[in-house]
Design a protein around this ligand. Structure first.
Ligand code: GLY
Length: 353
C-alpha cells in the first residue's frame, strides 16, 4: 500500500492501493472516536460500492447508517445539505461520531462541508471513487457547496481524518469521466513534475492503466507538498489553479452544460500557455508537448469562443483580488509561477485591446 502523510492543521494519511474499500473498517478503526458512523454517497456509487464499505464497517463492529442522494452537480446545493443535516440528526450522530464521504467530487465536497459545520464540526473520512476526486478534491481539506451565484462559493477548510483511494474504483468510471480526471493529472505534471509529465506523454487513455497507482501517488504527493506549505490558499496553493481561471470561464460561458470541468481545464491550460508565450514566458515546444499530451487523453485543446467573451467570467474567479488577478503561468514543464496582474494588464495579456 502506498501512503502519503499530510501535515496540515490535522495530520492524516492518504492511502492508495487496489481493494482498499473492503478494508475500510480495519483502516479507520484506530482513527475514529466512536463506533457510530454515517456514510454519505450518491445513487450510482451506492449501487457499486455501498455494500462493500458497509460490510467492512460492520465486520469491524461499527454501527452504520447511510444517506444516498441523486448523483450530479445539482445535488451540491443548500437543499441537499439541509437534508444531510436532517439525516445526521435523525440518526443521532454526535460530535464523537464520524462521517464517510463515499464518491466523487460532489459527494466529497458537500459531505466535507456538512462535516465542517454540523455540530460545529465532526470528523470525516474521504473515500474518493473518481480519478478527479482521488488526485484533487479529496486532498487538502477544501469543502463547499454551490449557490445560485456560482460554484463552490460557500465552503470551509476542514481536513479529513484519512483519505482512502481504492484504485479499483477507477475501473468502473465512464471513459469520459476518467478523461476528465486526467486533465488535473496533466496539470500536476505541468506545474511541478516533469517526470510525471513524461510518463503521461508516453502513455494514452488505454495504456495509462499500467502505471495508474504510481500516477495517483505522484499527484497526491505534489498536492500534499503544496497544501502543507499553504493550507489556506493565500499563496503557493494558487498554482493548483493552472488552467482553471480560463477553464472556469469556459464552463461558466456554457452554463456548466457543454464542457466537463476537466475538458474546460484542458482548454484553459492550452489557452493560458499560448498567451504566456506571446507575453514572453514559456516556449513553443512546451506548448506543443502540452497539446499533444492533452490529446492523448481525449481532451479538447481549444474552444470556439471569442476570448473577449470569456473575460467577464475570468474576472469572477475566486483568485481575483480587488483590482488584480492572479494567473498561473508555466515557464517550463514542471515549473510554474503565480503572476499577479492588474485587471487592465490582463486584457492586453489576453490580446484584447
Ligand atoms: N483544487 C484546488 C485546491 O485544492 O486548492
Amino acid at each position: 500500500m502506498l501512503k502519503v502523510n499530510v501535515k496540515a492543521s490535522e495530520s492524516y494519511d492518504i492511502l492508495i492501493e487496489s481493494g482498499l474499500l473492503a478494508k475500510t473498517g480495519e483502516i479507520i478503526n484506530s482513527l475514529v472516536k466512536s463506533k457510530r458512523i454515517a456514510i454519505v454517497t450518491d445513487d450510482i456509487v451506492d449501487v457499486l460500492y455501498g455494500d462493500v464499505v458497509v460490510e467492512s464497517l460492520k465486520c469491524n463492529g461499527f454501527d452504520v447508517c447511510k444517506y444516498v442522494f441523486p448523483n450530479g452537480e445539482h445535488s451540491k446545493c443548500s437543499d441537499n445539505l439541509n437534508n444531510i443535516y436532517d439525516f445526521l440528526c435523525e440518526n443521532s450522530i454526535t460530535r464523537t461520531d464520524s462521517i464517510i464521504a463515499l464518491g466523487g467530487g460532489v459527494v466529497g465536497d458537500i459531505t466535507g462541508y456538512a462535516s465542517a459545520t454540523y455540530l460545529r464540526g465532526v470528523d470525516y473520512i474521504q473515500i474518493p471513487t473518481t480519478l478527479l476526486a482521488q488526485v484533487d478534491s479529496s486532498v487538502g481539506g477544501k469543502t463547499a457547496i454551490d449557490i445560485p451565484a456560482g460554484k463552490n462559493l460557500v465552503g470551509a477548510f476542514k481536513q479529513p481524518k484519512c483519505v482512502i483511494c481504492d484504485i479499483d474504483t477507477l475501473k468502473t468510471l465512464k471513459r469520459e469521466t476518467f478523461s476528465d480526471g486526467m486533465a488535473e493529472v496533466i496539470k500536476y505534471g505541468m506545474i511541478r513534475q516533469k517526470e510525471l509529465f513524461d510518463i503521461l506523454a508516453s502513455h494514452n487513455m488505454d495504456t495509462i492503466w499500467e502505471v495508474i497507482q504510481d500516477v495517483v501517488f505522484r499527484c497526491v504527493s505534489i498536492k500534499r507538498d503544496v497544501v502543507q506549505n499553504d493550507e489556506f490558499d493565500k499563496g503557493e496553493r494558487m498554482i493548483l489553479n493552472f488552467g482553471h481561471t480560463l477553464g472556469h470561464a469556459v464552463e461558466g460561458y456554457h452554463h456548466y452544460e457543454t464542457y466537463t470541468h476537466g475538458s474546460a481545464v484542458a482548454i484553459g491550460m492550452c489557452l493560458i500557455t499560448e498567451k504566456a508565450l506571446a507575453y514572453g514566458i514559456g516556449s513553443q515546444s512546451m506548448l506543443n508537448n502540452l497539446i499533444e499530451c492533452i490529446k492523448n487523453y481525449e481532451l479538447p485543446t481549444s474552444v470556439p469562443v471569442q476570448l473577449k467573451d470569456l473575460i467577464p467570467f475570468c474576472l469572477a474567479d475566486k483568485k481575483r483580488e480587488s483590482n488584480n488577478i492572479n494567473i498561473i503561468l508555466c515557464e517550463d514543464i514542471g515549473k510554474c509561477m503565480v503572476k499577479k496582474m492588474p485587471i487592465t494588464d490582463f486584457y492586453s495579456f489576453m490580446g484584447i485591446s
